[in-house]
Design a binder for this molecule. Structure first.
Ligand code: DTR
Ligand code: CA
Ligand code: ZN
Ligand code: ZN
Length: 444
């Protein structure tokens, strides 16, 4: 019976710490005195300040485009294509590889713009995006020139910095969001499954400069939410969870195919409460954006502080997630502590802690189990995800009198955030025969 400290915790902590300190940890299950670290994990770099004036210059361009094209930048109208051409021109000049993806909806051609920054691990894609279309009633400067400009200026800051990210940075500007997330859904639908699996996270920015702003953070993924909460915490700005309902912007297209999502929002037509005005300033009883979907959504419909803070938060998220440690596929998280399984008694658990990942666990999560027992048919074995969701690995079986359960199971855990405390739960449900969990591990 092996008696050893659970290497998983130490290993995961070392991996996480190494990611910050810039030295790689040996694999969790590496043999003692394993060779030099296989790859240096990069330390996350600090993001530059995003100049508010630059972001507002993009908004001024969007306003001019709308004025020159019938007063809007809506799907199917010339102002939208002119907006695409403006953003594309800036990115091409900054060294990005850009692609325009066409689609048709409501009888008109729509366009998505995708931009990739050279370098980074193509198997670990970090994506950020914003819808570029407005409604037909106006220029759509807050909704969503603000998000489009914040993402654009962050991409330009990456170029100015000559950033060498650990992840592949990909940016998207979506068409026809106002018609029902059409452009982003077209993108993910046409992204092969193998390519989707490479996207470690998608960050969405739709309305980030509302004139009576709130500071809302999407809570769809714990790791991505934390990046933004930590940023605003550092500013001393309280945040709230974005609660205007899932599915209200392009992140839903990505979440619907199992990609981890996060993002920021400063509010639309809902009224700011007194409590919110107390913590954020502004006017209680008034909408976060009184010009939501209206002709008055112009460059005067922006709160500079909110736009500045959120643009800087976008940069923080790209630098933090894009230059931080890339935990390579095939990393193992193991617990070798022995846990006695009570004979015909209560279930016991053994925990491995996963850290440093972004996104969800894979659809083929490998669960290696090593349980010593004198009648394995007595045993019921489950994998518990960090949120408690149980995945049955093995049922009991009265006739299976063989010794030990030494097996590897594959679990579709793609709906579970990767980071957190995963547990192996084992119960002996029959009399006689005893055993213990010798070790178990997750590999992905
Ligand atoms: N659907 C977005 C505005 C919107 C409304 N609720 C949310 C929540 C999260 C992001 C965006 C929104 C639009 O009109 O473009
Ligand atoms: Ca700034
Ligand atoms: Zn809108
Ligand atoms: Zn919007």
């Amino acid at each position: 019976m092996r008696l050893s400290a659970p290497r998983h915790t130490a290993a995961a902590a070392v991996i996480a710490l190494a990611g910050l300190l810039g030295t790689a940890a040996p694999a969790a299950n590496a043999a003692p005195n394993a060779g030099a670290p296989t790859a240096r994990a990069a330390a996350a770099l600090a993001a530059p300040d995003i100049p508010l004036a630059n972001v507002k210059a993009h908004l001024a361009q969007f306003q001019s485009i709308a004025a020159a094209n019938g007063g809007n930048r809506a799907h199917g109208r010339p102002g939208y294509r002119a907006s695409i051409d403006y953003v594309k021109g800036k990115l091409d000049a900054a060294g990005y590889t850009t692609t325009i993806q066409q689609f048709t909806t409501s009888g008109a051609v729509g366009y998505n713009l995708i931009a990739e920054w050279p370098g980074g691990d193509p198997n670990q894609v970090l994506m950020a995006g914003a819808h570029l279309d407005s409604v037909t009633s106006g220029a759509g400067i807050n909704d969503n020139g603000s998000g489009s400009a914040g993402v654009l200026e962050t991409a330009l800051a990456v170029s100015r910095a000559g950033l060498q990210p650990t992840k592949k940075l990909r940016f998207g500007w979506w068409g026809a969001e106002e018609l029902g997330l059409i452009g982003s859904r077209h993108y993910v639908t046409n992204l092969p499954a193998a390519e989707r699996a490479k996207v470690s996270g998608y960050l969405n920015f739709d309305m980030i400069g509302s004139p009576n702003p709130g500071y809302f953070v999407y809570d769809d993924n714990v790791a991505l939410e934390k990046v933004f909460k930590d940023y605003f915490g550092g500013l001393g700005v309280p945040t709230e969870i974005e609660t205007e309902g899932d599915g209200r912007s392009d992140h839903a297209s990505f979440k619907n195919v199992g990609i981890a999502v996060g993002g920021l929002f400063t509010g639309a037509g809902r009224l700011k409460t007194a409590a919110q005005a107390q913590k954020w300033g502004g006017t209680s009883g008034q909408a976060f954006d009184r010009c939501y979907h209206s002709s008055c959504d112009t460059t005067t419909n922006i709160n500079d502080t909110a736009l500045d803070r959120n643009s800087d938060a976008i940069a923080h998220s790209i630098w933090t997630l894009g230059t931080g440690p890339v935990v390579p596929p095939g990393t193992t998280y193991e617990n070798t502590a022995n846990v006695t399984v009570p004979e015909n008694g209560a279930a016991v658990t053994s925990t491995v802690t996963v850290a440093g990942r972004t996104g969800n666990a894979p659809s083929a999560l490998s669960v290696g189990v090593d349980i010593k027992h004198t009648w394995r048919g007595d045993l019921v074995i489950d994998l518990l995800a960090p949120d408690g969701t149980a995945y049955r690995l093995k049922n009991s079986s009265a006739n299976d009198s063989a010794d030990n359960v030494i097996a590897t199971y594959t679990v579709n855990a793609s709906s579970e955030p990767a980071n957190g405390a995963w547990k192996l739960r084992v119960q002996d449900v029959a009399a006689n025969d005893t055993g213990f969990v010798d070790s178990w591990k997750l590999t992905f």
